[in-house]
Ligand binder design. Structure first.
Ligand code: CA
Length: 138
């Protein structure tokens, strides 16, 4: 599952998917409309990391990253280095992240906006703005 897959149609090749974090965050909010077995609809973009949430919401943080590997000035999903990444706020108020299939790491992050969002050896690869989202759940 990638952001935007909720409706069964991939958006990975959309313009801006890996370069316009607000665009892709909007797709995540839309994803909250699907799979009502596990999720409640009406996900929303938060104004800040500390914006108030309700008891049925969790804060998640989201960024995108792109390295123009083939140096042609445009995003080539199949040949450039592109990815997105999430953090989730734990019940302690701290944040944690998880890379792909690996276990959760860095489980005591205070402020995702000032944290280095690394991908392997690429320091702060996910270098977009940080968008905070309230994810609603049962
Ligand atoms: Ca390229």
């Amino acid at each position: 599952m990638n952001p935007g897959d909720g409706d069964g149609v991939s958006n990975v090749y959309d313009s801006g998917y890996f370069t316009n974090v607000n665009y892709t965050a909007g797709l995540i909010v839309d994803d909250g409309e699907y799979n009502q077995l596990y999720l409640k609809n009406n996900w929303r973009i938060l104004s800040s990391r500390t914006a108030t949430i309700n008891s049925d919401e969790h804060r998640i943080a989201f960024r995108v990253g792109w390295i123009d590997t083939n140096n042609n000035g445009v995003v080539d999903v199949s040949s450039d280095l592109v990815d997105y990444h999430f953090m989730v706020q734990n019940d302690t108020g701290k944040w944690s992240e998880k890379h792909g299939q690996q276990p959760s790491v860095n489980s005591a992050i205070t402020d995702p906006s000032s944290f280095s969002w690394d991908l392997g050896t690429y320091s702060n690869f996910y270098n977009s703005a940080t968008v905070y989202i309230a994810a609603r759940h049962w």
